[in-house]
Design a protein around this ligand. Structure first.
Ligand SMILES: Cc1cc2nc3c(=O)[nH]c(=O)nc-3n(C[C@H](O)[C@H](O)[C@H](O)COP(=O)(O)OP(=O)(O)OC[C@H]3O[C@@H](n4cnc5c(N)ncnc54)[C@H](O)[C@@H]3O)c2cc1C
Length: 388
């Protein structure tokens, strides 16, 4: 049993996330000035709402698009996550195949792969791609159960439409050449994942959307989403189309308290590693990394040489409650720290600098998707769409 790292003297818990704290909590944009009309009203300025605005505006520059955001763009999971801009579909392939047919599920896998490339190129074109690096994703198995699971995953990839160039199986020795993880049975690498700093990325996308003419009203709470209108604490937005993009916060909307389960995911980040620690773990690329435990851990080496590790922590709180600013239970911090040292025993002496949590919305059936109802003009884009 690993003994987890200690926390540093200026350890922070909550405060949205390490990423937001490091970038500096942004000044809120002005709120909705009162009732108004728009062509499209988007509720939620996370990556779902912002990407929707970005592409809608590109396709139809004539549209008047507004975004309603309770806090600030990036306050939710989009500014708190593990920074895996990944082609991994949320949920299971077989469920998508059951819902839409195998060909459609394969087509979605290809779209996810293209979306990562596109996300990287938009970030570069719009000037927020400086620290976005597509070095791929490594899944490691660190015990026999994980190794059986990983082999089954690898065996299924071809059936999911993955070509030989989409992944590479790594022996423990081959993995060691990229990153030195303890007790590895086997691993595979896929190029289809980019490392992002979630706050930098979401703030950058919000600024790009704004430059293109979309208005983001912050500090404005939507209370109800109704046919062709959004009720807020500062007035009503009447719009031909309404896009609901609040994922884990769906329960905050009138009549929607039981639609999505708000699931917590928690993270810790270390202090900057010393040269000796970097040499010990030998993780010099920007690959993202995860194990394949049921209660899986996801990791990134940050651009400034820290290790950020996330996992479920305390996945669900009684009555769907969660701490808005992301304060994380001590037991979860300890559990994540222990996992860090199990994976990298050389980091036993490292200190943790920050922990935080966020909520993501898990839809029935673990199948992400957008439901559009032409009669009401409401598109519901919540549900683990992820940063990709
Ligand atoms: C700790 C953690 C790690 C994760 N790691 C990854 C990862 O590495 N890769 C990945 O792909 N996915 C990851 N995810 C999931 C991913 O971050 C989310 O699926 C994604 O960010 C959801 O984006 P969103 O825009 O739909 O929701 P959010 O980012 O949650 O945005 C919703 C926005 O709506 C606003 N809002 C809420 N209620 C209201 C209201 N009533 N009125 C107005 N505004 C409102 C919120 O303030 C928020 O800004 C992680 C999630 C968490 C919590």
């Amino acid at each position: 049993m690993a003994t987890g790292p200690r926390t540093s003297d200026n350890f922070l818990n909550g405060e949205v996330s390490f990423w937001v704290h490091a970038e500096g909590r942004p000044t809120q944009r002005p709120g909705l000035p009162g009732s108004l009309d728009a062509d499209v009203a988007i509720v939620g300025a996370g990556l779902t709402g912002l990407w929707t605005a970005y592409y809608l505006q590109e396709a139809r520059p004539d549209l008047n698009i507004v975004i309603i955001e309770r806090e600030f763009a990036g306050f939710g999971a989009s500014g708190r996550n593990g920074g895996w801009m990944s082609a991994k579909s949320p949920g299971q392939f077989r469920r998508y195949a059951r819902a839409g047919g195998r060909d459609a599920a394969v087509a979605m896998e290809r779209e996810m792969i293209d979306a990562v490339r596109e996300g990287v190129s938009v970030a570069q074109a719009e000037g927020f791609g400086e620290h976005v690096v597509q070095d791929g994703l490594i899944h490691v198995a660190t015990n026999n159960a994980q190794w059986h699971r990983l082999q089954a995953t690898i065996a299924a990839l071809a059936d999911h439409g993955w070509a030989p160039e989409d992944y590479e199986v790594l022996s423990p020795a081959a993995l060691d050449a990229r990153v030195r993880v303890a007790d590895v049975r086997g691993a595979y690498w896929s190029p289809h994942c980019a490392r992002i700093n979630p706050a930098q990325f979401t703030f950058g996308l919000a600024a790009a959307v704004e430059r293109r003419g979309v208005t983001i009203y912050e500090g404005t709470t939507a209370t109800a989403i109704l046919p062709h209108r959004v009720e807020t604490n500062r007035g009503t937005v009447r719009a031909k189309y309404v896009v609901q993009a609040v994922e884990g916060y769906t329960l905050s909307l009138e009549g929607q308290s039981r639609r999505f389960l708000p699931m917590n995911s928690s993270m810790v980040v270390t202090e900057q590693l010393s040269d000796a620690q970097m040499a010990d773990i030998s993780w010099h690329g920007a690959e993202l990394m995860g194990d394949v435990a049921h209660n899986f851990a996801y990791l990134q080496r940050t651009a400034d040489n820290r290790i950020a590790l996330g996992g479920r922590g305390v996945p669900y709180n009684y009555a769907s409650s969660f701490d808005r600013s992301g304060r994380t239970a001590d037991a979860a911090v300890e559990q994540l720290g222990n996992r860090l040292v199990e994976l990298f025993p050389a980091l036993a002496g490292v200190r943790l600098e920050h922990s935080w949590s966020g909520v993501l919305g898990v839809p029935r059936d673990w199948c992400a998707g957008v439901n559009y109802d032409a009669a009401t003009g409401i598109a519901d884009a919540g549900g683990m769409l992820g940063t990709g």
